[in-house]
Design a protein around this ligand. Structure first.
Ligand code: PLP
Length: 287
């Protein structure tokens, strides 16, 4: 549990942390966010997460709320005040507060900035990875700029809730042609019958996951072949292995898709190997 939340320049006790009723993030979903893993009190892949945050802000023409150095201090201070060891930091930047209007507020309106610490149990995550997770596929009904990490997460929330109702753990979005775009909050990967690793190429319909990028660095270093192309949900069900990647799940094996067993029903060997190797390829911040 976060004890102190950073809100617009102050570290506020969790119960008192609030934003204005006319915040653009609250009224329009006019905000972007990042989730950065914290391991042993250190940020994982901070540079890539902060680069992506800067890109999301640029794409939506939201002003950068603070310098790189100030961000560095806020992230570390949030970890320190919450005595966070293992978990994640959630950062959100909205276009700020203004009387409700579809047009953007005047230039100079300060963005709203929030940073929340959240702890997670590494043992619990390992237990989940040892079993693998079940996926439900749902139609991808999101907008055409999923490359921007915005807080407009209602389709993802509804997809995950539908998955839970069906007894699955998470959801994959599938486009009108039957191709998997990505997970509700993760990138989607398969290993085909020939042992080839496949994940969708980067375009506007998926988020360029930081975990995905770092894993690709690792694959290149190890000489593991990767094919970046769309794959269908039918291919995924017939695959030898499947997994998802995200900052909170790292590499998480998938063992069922829509109730169909993937491979032999156990987490795949390559998936588990990549999970174990991930942090050796990631940037682990000095404290
Ligand atoms: N795709 C979507 C839609 C996501 O929401 C996320 C993470 O939240 C990802 C992919 C994975 O991104 P990352 O590896 O940077 O956590």
């Amino acid at each position: 549990m976060s004890r102190f939340v950073y809100v617009n320049g102050q570290y506020v006790p969790y119960a008192d942390a609030g934003i204005h009723a006319e915040d653009r993030g609250f009224q329009f979903g006019d905000a972007v966010y990042e989730v950065c893993e914290v391991k042993g009190g250190r940020l994982v892949d901070e540079t890539r997460h902060m680069e992506r945050l800067a890109r999301s802000l640029r794409e939506l023409k939201i002003a950068e709320p603070m310098s790189e150095g100030a961000w560095t201090r806020v992230l570390r201070e949030t970890i320190r005040r919450n005595r966070l060891r293992d978990g994640s930091l959630y950062l959100q930047v909205s276009r700020g507060v203004h009387r409700r209007d579809f047009f953007f507020p005047p230039a100079g309106t300060p963005p709203t900035v929030v940073c929340i610490a959240r702890n997670a149990s590494p043992a619990k995550a390992e237990a989940t990875a040892a079993k693998g997770i079940g996926i439900k596929s749902v139609p991808d009904n999101r907008w055409a700029r999923c490359d921007i990490k915005t807080v407009m997460l209602l389709p993802a929330s509804m997809a995950k809730e539908a998955a839970r109702t069906d007894g699955a753990n998470d959801a994959w979005f599938v486009d009108a042609k039957g191709f998997v775009t990505e997970g509700a909050s993760a990138n989607a990967w398969i290993v085909d019958k020939e042992g080839r690793l496949i994940t969708r190429q980067i375009d506007n319909v998926i988020l360029r996951g930081v975990t995905r990028t770092t894993l690709i660095d690792h694959l290149r270093r190890e000489g593991i072949e990767l094919v970046e192309r769309p794959f269908t949900i039918a291919e995924a069900k017939a695959a030898r292995e499947a997994f998802i990647t995200s900052a909170t799940s790292i590499v998480m094996p998938v063992v069922t898709i829509d109730g169909v067993t993937v491979g032999n029903g156990a987490p795949g060997l390559l998936s588990l190997k990549l999970r174990a190797a991930f942090h050796s390829a990631a940037e682990i911040a000095a404290v």
